[in-house]
Ligand binder design. Sequence first.
Ligand code: IMP
Length: 209
Amino acid sequence: MKVVLATHNRHKVEEIKSILSDLPIELFSLDNFSEIGEIIEDGSTLEENARKKAQTVFQMTGLLSLADDTGLEVEALGGRPGVYSARYSGENATYQQNNEKLLQEMRHFPPDKRLAKFRCVISIIGDGIDEIAVGEVPGRILNEVRGKNGFGYDPLFVPDGYEMSYAEMNSDLKNRLSHRARALEEAKKILKKLIRNSGGFPPTSLPVL
Ligand code: IMP
């Protein structure tokens, strides 16, 4: 089975490849389909954006397509920045500008009002297939940036059960517990089901004669 990942992001491609490495699938990314230009993420929810990307790639390639969209949802801000996480402080905003805006908006909130969650939505679209996998990690927003690893809001987010921010963790740990890893584990279950239904799993063992 061939699956196209609706992204050019090498980092995401590697992470997804490693999590899905034990499935009998051949993975491609948008780098293999240069005719597919940028897909505008103009939906009002993470689900809409993920489905739009997967749908576009499926229409253009005819292959099973997988697309993700992620947002940081802060309770005290009514779920913002959410679907607007990448451009929270404006189009082409840097990670640092977005973090500064978040700190500014959260400056009057005490520790118990700083709850947030990362939410990653993966859409899988194919011929007669339209599936959604979701991964969430609850946590809290710090009062200042901490840590140098990762990207985006990592220096401001501490997942529940940990004292370190995502940016203070090494990439192995973050990638094991992250919202994206959780969504990918769900996506993997869906892909296994699709492979099984298409008769695509090779026999795991031969009968002993
Ligand atoms: P995307 O849907 O993966 O492109 O993510 C949208 C935005 O969410 C990014 O531009 C980041 O600001 C933020 N984001 C996504 N994943 C992470 C993460 O793992 N850590 C920190 N920020 C993230």
